[in-house]
Structure formats: structure tokens, C-alpha cells
Design a protein around this ligand. Structure first.
Ligand code: COA
Length: 531
């Protein structure tokens, strides 16, 4: 096969994965389906994405996060909530919008994980948090899975406030029981007249508990909360008025959340090579490694990459570059496996990045650390541990992008999810698992062969082949990018052509620092108390 054929085949394979991603995104955008969407519109209400559009600056970018949460699970794709980073009066904000067309906006285990991750991103990057609330509260049949961990959402909201990161809740509809604490714990609250219903228990439960007769409006309407309980700071005439009021609040407070560098410079020198070619660089067959310098040449400013230790530990490429003007240190796997030299080079490079306060980008394409007697003797565990130590204790912001494979402890050394990178994205071709599907099914087969021999029973070759094929197919399915993103092991799957834009935005966000009034010696120890 000529190189051209290889590139064309790679591109075709990647476009197929991109089409799968688009199909999943369409599912998320469809919310609860036409019937529920139509009913919602007929009630004169806006959909979550329409609310977001009216909240953010016109024609500004919106980085949607975790859009395919719950993909491959029993729950609808998107998990009944839309979240992402949008701009309000030029300031980046974290937006979390319930989708009331999906089971009344009820919170299932994926919804919870998604919104809690959004809270973590807001805290780490000092982004004002805007909740667009309309939710039936806990998904009741699943309450056992969400009740206890759910408390963290309210804890995190007030901790944002204590860290002097503004929190705003706009209530469009139901916010019952636990849901009522979203406005309850927020710095600013805006309730839509005639729509907001915020109570610890709705009329039926109150009747059950105390025998008292009531109705939604008396018990938890916007007028009552705006004039009597004081839970509503502003009562809006309608949804559009509420979003206008939210913009007004954020105009005054959002820019005070952080000190940051100027936003990405659209005039920063673009790569000299066409980003479209990012589709044809990754091998269609993941087992065939490819040169990450080809990827970097299509992502970084002016395609300029100053490589560090280019002749040492060559299966890991390290070096310095900038993206939209933001300096970054890069660690990128070049030949799949990591050896002792690569691990040591990584540890040294991570220290250099810390010494110069430079954020790091990990481009994952690794099958893990090298195995075998010679490598054990040379201390591969010790050296892998050295690299994991450096990654775990590094203080500069980390961004991780899986551009191929991310297997075994290689996932850990290359700053996988457990190592808390600020943001973690994957390309649609990416895979992640404890090991490759063939290796995993092969290991299982060897283990059962040994077990049969130990018991002195004959080994059923036919059954073994069938089990191997089944396990291989299952692992292949579980390790695919959409399946990983569905489980919320990353912040989203991105089209390779968007990489530079996404990373530039994330590097800018990571440059945001605590302003003087938020330092512990100036800020109180508590979130703002609601009176
Ligand atoms: N848990 C599980 N499913 C829920 C739910 C919840 N908390 N809230 C709503 N749903 C389901 C409904 O059963 C319905 O399912 P179906 O269409 O398959 O029959 C679907 O979501 C839509 O609900 P519906 O009542 O038709 O929508 P609505 O827009 O008219 O009203 C609510 C939405 C949220 C006001 C209403 O469903 C409600 O009051 N839910 C219970 C709220 C509550 O008390 N929660 C306690 C939280 S701790």
C-alpha cells in the first residue's frame, strides 16, 4: 500500500468515527424526543440550548462539555443536562442547564457525575457558575445511587462562593426537595414569575405529611419567594427577562472571579500545515504507531516545536511550543510502548515545566510500559513510578488528549483521568482500557488453560476460542471513545480539526488565577449566606 493509500484509508476511517460522534451529538440535542420537546414549546417554554443561547454573548463560542454522557447506558444520551463554557459580557462562565424534556429533568447517576465534574472545572478554572434550573429532582427509582453522593453538589456550590467564584441560579420551573438547594446555595437567584416552583415538598407530599392544603404558587412560586421567603433575589417577568437579568448580574461580578491573561489571540501565527490533515495522520489500525510531530505541526503556533532530548528515550517526544500564544510543554507518545529512558525523560521534563511554570499537554498514544525480564531487571516499575510520581505531584495545569491508544499504566503516566488533568479530551478514534482487547482475551485464555492443567481436566479449545472472540468484542466496545465518554471518563470527544481551538481555550482558562480579594486572608471562610 502506498503512503497515499494509507493516508486515504486513515482519513476514511476517521471520518467514519466522526460521523458516529455526530450521530451521538444529534441524539443529545434531541433531548427527550419530539413529543416532550413539542409539549415543552407548547407550554411557552424554551429548551436548555435556547436558554443558553440567550444567556451567552451573540455569536460567541460555546465549548460544550461531556455532551455524550450516558452514551451506551440505559439513560438518554446527554444525561438530561447540557453543560459547557460560554461567554457572558466577554467573561467565560460554566453553564449547567437541566433539560426538562428528559424525564422531567430528573437527575440520574450520569447527570450527577456530569454536573459534579462541571463544578470541579468551574472551581479549578475560577469560572462563575450559572445553573439554569428546571428539574424533577432525583430520578426516584434510582435514588439509592444518587442520594448520598448528591450532597456533594450543594457542598461544591457553596465552596465556589467561599472561594469568591460567583454562583447564579435562574429557576424556570420545578426545583423540588434537593433541587431547591441549587437556588438555596447560590449567591444570586432569579425566578421566573408563574413558572418557578421551589419547595421542599410539593402539595401532595405536604398534604400527606401535615394534612395542609396548598398549591404550587402559594407553596413555592416566584412571587412568594420574591416577597416573603427572600429566596428569590429577582422575579423575572418571563424566561427572556430572567436571562437578561442573569446577564446583568454577571456583567458586574463575572470579571472579578479571576485574574487572567488576555483571551486567545486569533492573530497568533497558525500552523503552517493544514489541520484538515489531522484526519489522515492517525493510523486506521491503532496498533500501527504514528509520529506525533505530524499532529503537533497542525496544532501549534507556526508549527514550531522545540524538541527536548530528541535523541534520548525516543518513544516519547517532549518539547516546547505555543498554542494561540500560550506557552505549553508537550509529552507525546511516539511508538506506543514506554521504556525506562522515556519514563526518566518525562520526569525530568515535567520538573522543567514546573520550574518555568509552563502548562503541560499530554498526547496519549501508548500501550503502556514495556514488559519482560530484561526490562524488569532494568527497573521498569521503578522508572514508571518515577514518571507517575512526577505527573501526580506536578503543580502546573495539565491538559490531556487521547489521540490513539491509552492502555495500562501508560494511561496513568500520561496523565489519565485519575491524575486530574484540568481538561481531558479524546479524538473519535481513541481507545482506552487496562490493555488491548486481543492481549486481554489472550491473557484470560492462558490463565484458564493453566487452571485446567492444575486441576488435571482437559482444556476445551473450541469453547476457549468462542470465549476469546466474545471477550475481545466486548473489550473493543467498552474501550471505544464514545463508550469512554459515555461513562464520563473524559470531558468530551472532539473532532481532530477542532483541537487547536479547544486547547487554546483551555490553556487560556488554565491561566486564570485567584484575585487578591479571594485569597484566604481576605475572603471569609464561608460562602455568602442567603438571608
Ligand atoms: N424521577 C423519575 N422520573 C420522573 C421524575 C423523577 N423525579 N420526574 C418526572 N419523571 C418522569 C415522569 O414519570 C414522566 O415519565 P413518562 O413520560 O415516561 O410518563 C416524565 O418524567 C415527564 O414527567 P411529567 O410529569 O409528564 O412532566 P411535567 O413537565 O409535566 O412535570 C415535574 C415535571 C418534574 C414537575 C413532575 O414530573 C414532578 O412533579 N415530578 C416529581 C418531582 C418530585 O417530587 N421530585 C422529588 C425529588 S427528591
Amino acid at each position: 500500500m502506498s503512503t497515499l493509500d494509507g493516508a486515504a484509508a486513515n482519513r476514511a476511517a476517521m471520518l467514519e468515527r466522526v460521523a458516529e460522534l455526530e450521530a451521538a451529538l444529534d441524539q443529545a440535542r434531541a433531548g427527550g424526543g419530539p413529543r416532550y420537546v413539542q409539549r415543552h414549546h407548547e407550554r411557552g417554554k424554551l429548551l436548555p440550548r435556547e436558554r443558553i443561547e440567550l444567556l451567552v454573548d451573540r455569536d460567541s463560542p460555546f465549548l460544550e462539555l461531556m455532551p455524550v454522557a450516558a452514551w451506551g447506558s440505559e439513560y438518554p444520551v446527554g444525561a438530561g443536562v447540557v453543560t459547557g463554557i460560554g461567554f457572558v459580557h466577554g467573561n467565560p462562565c460554566m453553564i449547567v442547564a437541566n433539560d426538562p424534556t428528559v424525564r422531567g429533568g430528573a437527575v440520574n447517576p450520569y447527570t450527577l457525575k456530569k454536573t459534579q465534574r462541571a463544578g470541579q472545572i468551574a472551581a479549578e478554572n475560577r469560572l462563575p457558575m450559572v445553573n439554569l434550573v428546571e428539574s424533577g429532582g432525583a430520578d426516584l427509582p434510582k435514588q439509592a445511587e444518587i442520594f448520598i453522593p448528591g450532597g456533594q453538589s450543594f457542598r461544591d456550590l457553596t465552596r465556589l462562593s467561599a472561594a469568591r467564584i460567583p454562583t447564579v441560579a435562574v429557576v424556570f420551573g420545578n426545583a423540588t426537595a434537593g433541587g431547591a438547594y441549587v437556588p438555596g446555595m447560590s449567591d444570586y437567584t432569579i425566578f421566573v414569575a408563574g413558572q418557578a416552583k421551589v419547595f421542599l415538598a410539593g402539595p401532595p407530599l405536604v398534604k400527606m405529611a401535615t394534612g395542609e392544603e396548598s398549591d404550587d404558587e402559594t407553596l413555592g412560586g416566584a412571587q412568594m419567594h420574591g416577597t416573603r421567603s427572600g429566596l428569590a433575589d429577582f422575579v423575572a417577568a418571563d424566561e427572556r427577562d430572567a436571562l437578561r437579568l442573569a446577564r446583568d448580574v454577571l456583567r458586574r461580578v463575572a470579571s472579578r472571579a479571576a485574574v487572567s491573561a488576555p483571551p486567545p489571540d486569533p492573530t497568533a501565527p497558525p500552523p503552517r500545515h493544514d489541520p484538515e490533515e489531522l484526519l489522515s495522520i492517525p493510523s486506521a489500525d491503532l496498533r500501527v504507531p504514528y509520529d506525533p510531530r505530524e499532529v503537533l505541526a497542525r496544532i501549534v503556533d507556526a508549527s514550531e516545536f522545540d524538541e527536548f532530548k530528541p535523541r534520548y528515550g525516543t518513544a516519547l517526544v517532549t518539547g516546547w511550543a505555543s498554542i494561540h500564544g500560550y506557552p505549553v510543554g508537550v509529552l507525546a507518545n511516539a511508538r506506543g510502548v514506554l521504556f525506562s529512558e522515556e519514563a526518566q525523560k518525562a520526569a525530568q521534563f515535567i520538573q522543567l515545566a514546573n520550574a518555568s511554570d509552563t502548562p503541560l499537554l499530554f498526547l496519549q498514544n501508548t500501550t503502556g510500559y514495556m514488559v519482560g525480564a530484561a526490562y524488569e531487571e532494568k527497573g521498569i516499575i521503578k522508572h514508571g513510578a518515577l514518571m507517575i510520581n512526577a505527573v501526580s505531584n506536578s503543580r502546573v495545569p495539565h491538559l490531556t488528549l487521547n489521540v490513539g491508544a491509552s492502555y495500562g499504566a501508560g494511561n496513568y503516566g500520561m496523565c489519565g483521568r485519575a491524575f486530574e488533568p484540568r481538561f481531558l479530551f479524546a479524538w473519535p478514534n481513541a481507545k482506552s482500557a487496562v490493555m488491548g482487547p486481543q492481549q486481554l482475551s489472550g491473557v484470560l485464555s492462558i490463565v484458564s488453560r493453566q487452571a485446567a492443567a492444575a486441576k488435571g481436566v482437559p482444556f476445551d479449545e473450541e469453547q476457549d476460542a468462542a470465549v476469546r472472540a466474545m471477550v475481545e468484542a466486548e473489550i473493543e466496545k467498552q474501550s471505544a471513545a464514545l463508550a469512554m465518554s459515555g461513562r464520563l471518563y473524559d470531558d468530551g470527544v472532539i473532532d481532530p480539526r477542532d483541537t487547536r481551538t479547544v486547547l487554546g481555550l483551555c490553556l487560556w482558562l488554565a491561566s486564570r488565577r485567584e484575585p487578591p480579594h479571594a485569597r484566604p486572608e481576605h475572603a471569609g471562610n464561608f460562602g455568602v449566606f442567603r438571608m
